[in-house]
Design a protein around this ligand. Structure first.
Ligand code: NDP
Length: 300
């Protein structure tokens, strides 16, 4: 039986609509316009594309976008001084420092200098600790997007067996914490995991966050499982012409779609949800900063 396709692009549009509605209410009722500051250091082309896209979508939902583009040679002291200014600016509710940073800058130090309440990426050590102890936190955007799609598809996730492949700080670990928070039985797999096919074969929910093109074949997937493919990998596509490329996930979509009950495509699955959740986190941060009720369905 062919799997249901979980349409992340459409879902992200509904999240953005909810955010825009909440922003409009905040403006009308409380005279508050949520603001997101994005800091980019250097000229990395992929980062420039992400930052442009984030700024555009921020403005589209009615929020203020503050872009800070710094020279690749910017000193750590200057970057920390900018973050300090943003931390103390009441018009800024969310701060995002685009990663990766140039090598001479200490990423941990920089991220941990952001005020935790404005850390809309959810990477600050305080937010990591709050999430790990089941307390209210800012939740990393990509895992939050995956959780929203799973809740929307299944309703309750309680008691389901979930396998997260990948243990990075930005995807795998927070994803596992969120699934645990929703009462899944969670296994985290990684490069040293023994018999990965057997581990994956037990899962009702498979989250693939590895960064290896089409690594998970359909034959590993339990019949009817839900597959969330976080991977974004660019591979050669000679069938499209010389020098052409295409995006694929960490899961072999064609074979997995024949066994899964539901699956996210790449592109058009998890990817669009990430920026939508960044906007959701910014509006949540603005509400918290002003002691207002948080928007329903936009947090973990
Ligand atoms: P990392 O490289 O930080 O982590 C990859 C993880 O995969 C590691 O924990 C690694 O294990 C594990 N791994 C590597 N090889 C294997 C293997 N053969 N078997 C099992 N596990 C393996 O990646 P990220 O978490 O940052 O990203 C993962 C993917 O998600 C990438 O494709 C990235 O582009 C994509 N991504 C997509 C986003 C989106 O918006 N959709 C956002 C963020 C990431 P070990 O720890 O043992 O080395």
């Amino acid at each position: 039986m062919a799997a249901n396709i979980i349409d992340g692009k459409a879902f992200a549009a509904t999240v953005r609509e909810k955010v825009a509605g909440h922003v409009a209410r905040l403006k009308a009722d409380n005279d508050i316009t949520p603001g997101l500051a994005v800091v980019l250091v250097g000229e990395d082309p992929a980062s420039q594309v992400y930052v442009r896209s984030k700024g555009k979508q921020t403005v589209e939902v009615g929020m203020n976008s503050f872009e800070h583009k710094l020279d690749s040679g910017t000193s750590e002291a200057d970057l920390l001084a900018l973050i300090d200014t943003l931390n103390n600016d009441p018009a800024v509710h969310g701060i995002l420092v685009q990663l990766p940073l140039p090598k001479h800058l200490n990423e941990d130090l920089v991220i941990n200098s952001i005020a935790p309440s404005k850390d809309v990426d959810g990477f600050h050590i305080s937010n990591v600790g709050l999430l790990g102890t089941g307390q209210k936190s800012m939740v990393p955007c990509t895992p939050l997007g995956c959780l929203m799609m799973l809740r929307d598809y299944h309703g309750s996730l309680s008691g389901m067996n979930a396998v997260v492949i990948g243990r990075s700080n930005i995807v795998g670990k927070p994803m596992a914490q969120l699934l645990l928070g929703d009462s899944c039985t969670v296994t985290i797999a990684h490069s040293r995991t023994k018999d990965l096919p057997e581990v994956v074969g037990r899962a009702d929910i498979v989250i693939a966050a590895v960064g290896r093109p089409e690594m998970v074949p359909g034959e590993w997937i339990k019949e009817g499982a839900t597959v969330i493919d976080v991977g974004i990998n660019r591979i050669d596509a000679p069938e499209k012409g010389e020098g052409k490329t295409r995006l694929v996930g960490d899961v072999d979509f064609a074979s997995a779609a024949g066994r899964a009950g539901a699956i996210t495509p790449v592109p058009g699955g998890v990817g669009p949800m990430t920026i939508a959740c960044l906007l959701a986190n910014t509006v949540t941060a603005a509400c918290r900063a002003n002691g207002l009720e948080e928007p329903e369905g936009l947090t973990a």
